[in-house]
Write a protein that binds this ligand. Structure first.
Ligand SMILES: Cc1cc2nc3c(=O)[nH]c(=O)nc-3n(C[C@H](O)[C@H](O)[C@H](O)COP(=O)(O)O)c2cc1C
Ligand code: SF4
Ligand code: SF4
Length: 290
């Protein structure tokens, strides 16, 4: 049976998870011309609601089994971004069908989808579909491009196709739960993978000997104090009026401030950017499970 409402729940500092989940939701909401007349007796459009957790956590809420909930989060270090999970803590389902979406920067999503599925299942949701899409890496820049411009038109077409597949699944009797372990990162060629592992081992060794804290910072000679970075920072790590500094304890290195500064006055320098750009240049396609 088609749901009464589609709820999108996402955390998306640089906007890629948001774009992917919107494309999926739009396709679920829209009549699938290819399955008519099966759909002719049903309402064509389903309303879509948004829970954007990028700046604030969700208040205590239970979403009924007549809804479908799309969870979309970026992958940080092979896990769902911890701030995203913290902000979803008070959201509950009641056997409510859910779609798990992780968005990663063309390296790997590792166990992120599994962990997000387990997290929502503990809160009363029933994962019936899942997908991993690629978004431009938060650390990507002109000097070190990593999955630049993604999700692009091809990714968004795949997101729409996935949404249509989910809609068809919902049209059936009781949509079955998925085995999330079947959702796997597309393979990285062996040489770049080994090169990246060697880089990580060296980086860890150096950090043990001589720890360095990498943090985005602002260029005082270019900053116009427009306040945009302070407004878009999801964790209040930038204070209005003092925008060239970053509170290390609050910053999650999401790079929203770097990408959002209109004059390029904020930057984030990390050795990971060059290593990722060098080793993960081969395009990874979206993967889906339903
Ligand atoms: C702290 C941090 C860790 C990340 N870790 C990974 C990772 O393990 N694998 C990967 O492929 N991308 C990784 N990324 C890239 C993001 O998952 C990717 O850019 C995503 O599209 C960002 O989502 P958003 O636009 O919704 O913020 C990381 C980004 C950040 C900021
Ligand atoms: S967005 Fe850029 S120019 Fe505006 S306050 Fe922040 S660093 Fe300065
Ligand atoms: S200061 Fe840190 S947390 Fe805030 S937007 Fe910039 S990178 Fe993200």
């Amino acid at each position: 049976m088609l749901p009464k409402t589609i709820d999108t729940v996402y955390f998306s500092p640089t906007g890629t998870s948001c774009r992917v989940v919107r494309a999926i939701a739009e396709a679920i909401a829209t009549t699938d011309r290819n399955t008519a007349p099966a759909e002719t007796t049903r309402p064509a459009e389903i309303p879509v609601r948004t829970f954007d957790l990028t700046h604030t956590p969700v208040a205590e809420t239970t979403l009924p089994a007549t809804h479908i909930v799309l969870f979309a989060v970026p992958v940080y270090g092979g896990h769902p971004a911890p701030t995203a999970l913290a902000r979803m803590h008070d959201l509950h389902g009641d056997g409510t069908p859910a779609v798990i979406v992780v968005v990663y920067g063309n390296r790997a999503f590792e166990h992120a989808a599994e962990e997000l599925a387990a997290f929502v299942a503990e809160r009363g949701f029933r994962p019936i579909a899942a997908a991993a899409f690629v978004g431009e890496h938060s650390y990507s820049s002109d000097t070190h491009p990593i999955a630049i411009g993604r999700p692009d038109a091809s990714d968004l077409a795949d997101a729409a196709a996935f949404g249509t597949a989910v809609r068809r699944k919902l049209l059936g009797t009781t949509p079955t739960e998925i085995d999330i372990r079947q959702l796997k990162t597309p393979r990285t060629p062996l040489i770049p993978l080994l090169r990246f592992i060697r880089f990580v081992l060296r980086y860890r060794r150096q950090q043990r000997r001589n720890p360095v804290v990498y943090l985005p910072d602002g260029d005082t000679s270019h900053c116009t104090h427009c306040g945009r970075c302070a407004a878009i920072c999801p964790t209040q790590a930038i204070v209005r009026g003092d925008e060239t500094r970053t509170d290390a304890a609050r910053c999650i290195r999401c790079c929203a401030c770097v990408k959002g500064c209109p004059v390029g006055a904020r930057s984030f320098t990390t050795p990971f950017a060059a290593a990722l750009a060098r080793n993960f240049g081969k395009r990874k396609p979206p993967v889906t499970l339903f």
